[in-house]
Ligand binder design. Structure first.
Ligand code: PEP
Length: 246
């Protein structure tokens, strides 16, 4: 049985006062009905960890370097994220693939570094609007999944987030049939690669998940939760999404 996951990606948003939302979430969900994860910007990680101490809310980072240490100004390693007590890291978000030219191979190397450091890697994949309109979405997903997920991944340190690029921050979402089709494909691909253990890998949907569409998306087969951007910044928005996973 896969435990559902509500993961929030704050991107480059948030502030120390903004971490008050964690207190509000803790009050609303003293016992989380699913796993709850917040990924604030790196400078806020230690503060966020202080705020979640004693609660079931997990804290993760939004990126890591594939190397353990070295001359990589501005970067941080997976081991550093683990050392402060964070448990997850997002890798291969489309905004990073786009802005920093991250390739599938680089994403896989980051995911591998994360897993080696004891973190759970949330590997993001998803097609562009042009790829969707050209009828290439499933091929793109297959290729990204193959190239971005390390071969020796174990189910408990791997989460896949399907995030169609055209749905991120736009208010547009795919049809339920399109989401279900991609999630079924991902499960099938993972099964052929990892065998029975693929049943334990959680598959998230991400892209304009809001309180009013969460329940419909979560009712789909093989959707084990969501990676949420904008609606994870405020407890009023994120809490009903968590509740929809109960
Ligand atoms: C994201 O940033 O991963 C995301 C899904 O954003 P939003 O929910 O705002 O579309």
């Amino acid at each position: 049985m896969r435990r559902k996951l509500a993961a929030g990606n704050w991107k480059m948003n948030g502030s120390i006062p903004g971490l008050d939302m964690i207190g509000a979430l803790k009050l609303k969900h003293p016992e989380c009905p699913c796993d709850v994860l917040l990924c604030p910007p790196a400078p806020l990680l230690t503060h966020a960890l202080q705020n979640t101490a004693g609660s079931p809310i997990f804290i993760g980072a939004q990126n890591c370097h594939a190397e353990e240490k070295g001359a990589y100004t501005g970067d941080h390693s997976a081991a550093m994220i683990a050392e402060i007590g964070a448990t997850h890291v997002i890798v291969g978000h489309s905004e990073r693939r786009d802005a920093y030219g991250e390739t599938d191979a680089q994403v896989a190397a980051k995911a591998q570094a994360a897993q080696a450091a004891g973190l759970t890697a949330i590997v993001c994949i998803g097609e562009s609007l042009a790829q969707r309109e050209a009828g290439d979405a499933l091929d793109v997903i297959r290729t990204q999944l193959q190239g971005s997920v390390p071969d020796d991944s174990a189910a408990d340190t791997l989460v896949i987030a399907y995030e169609p690029i055209w749905a991120i921050g736009t208010g547009k979402i795919p049809t339920m049939a399109q989401i279900a089709e991609v999630h079924a494909l991902m499960r099938q691909e993972l099964r052929s690669r990892f065998g029975d253990s693929a049943e334990d890998i959680r598959l998230l949907y991400g892209g304009s998940v809001k309180p009013d569409n969460a329940a419909e998306i979560f009712a789909l087969d093989n959707v084990d939760g969501a990676l949420v951007g904008g609606a994870s910044l405020r407890a009023e928005d994120f809490s009903p999404i968590i509740q929809a996973l109960a």
